[in-house]
Design a protein around this ligand. Sequence first.
Ligand SMILES: O=C(O)CC1=CCC(=O)O1
Length: 372
Amino acid sequence: MTLLNHHAEGPASAPPLLLGPSLGTSYALWDDVAPELSITHRVVRWDLPGHGGSAAGLIRAGASVGDLAGRVLALADSLGIERFAYAGVSLGGAVGLHLAVHHPERLTSLAAICSSAHFNGSKPWEERAALVRREGLAGLADNAGARWFAGDFTVPRLVRDHRGADPEAYAACCDALAAFDLRDRLPEIAVPTLLVAGREDPATPPAHLREIADAVPGATLVELPGASHLAPAQCPKAVLTALRAHFGQGAHLGMAVRREVLGDQHVDRAQTRQTPFTARFQDFISRYAWGEIWTDPTLSRRERSMITLTALVAHGHYDELAMHVRAARRNGLTPEEIGAVLLQTAVYCGVPAANSAFATAQRVLAEEDGTS
Ligand SMILES: O=C(O)CC1=CCC(=O)O1
């Protein structure tokens, strides 16, 4: 079966995240966002039928958003992806809402960006479909900037892709928008849902996203100043921040605990030194060590500090030990208690190891609070 054209990036073992485009665009809409998301996710972005590299024959006149969602599920199946997080812009977001209502077992999480549960009824889309079937896409592409972007901003590649889309396939996507209205079903959506609105979006203004946020239980709404309809292209950093917080909560929570235990100065320094080569490791540490282990309430942070100090002495990791002596003080251990832990390591890890550990800890404590 012919599949939607797509581009996959990120580790094959990472949690899958599918990204959907808006009408008239291609997956290039995600150029400034997807590579960053692919640090933690297996990102698959796809093209609408007749847009970008997808065959026009993948959609017919009178199509529905459900038909497009079916194409997305077929793509996921072909990649061996059973459950996935999903983010989509406008029509791509409508596909996400449809999946959340009709195929909730396939979704882990949803973000709808500059989208809506209805696109202002059928009339404007019937008119647009008729115009495109009659005259092609040149006229619409000429004024794409005003519909898509705030101010003088533009992305020539996206406007070119709009001009190059197949008119019949584009018109069939308009048919799908004309028939789309999911308002009554929104309260059924049970996956974690994020709505992102562009404050200056004339096509799907913030009120449309607020309507979804009000109806979907537990949904979060973020409004972006300076963004119009194609927020991922015009405000990629803000969109990235919102998506990261939504899809990577482990890392988010982990980062907060890491800052509490190791201090802002240390974490900021580690972040500044981060390179594309080390980014996945840093993210792994935040999610796993800090997001899962240090956040587990079974043991107190004081107890975890004692265990960590001992383990670091056992393996002779004295640089890490210095960092964790500081962390132990932040977690409430007194210099006397730290000394007692190190004394015990002399029994179980060996006197030379404890000797080096005392030297390291003494230096750190003297720097920290002049207690030694
Ligand atoms: O093309 C537009 O004017 C805006 C739009 C509506 C639905 C979509 O995907 O883009």
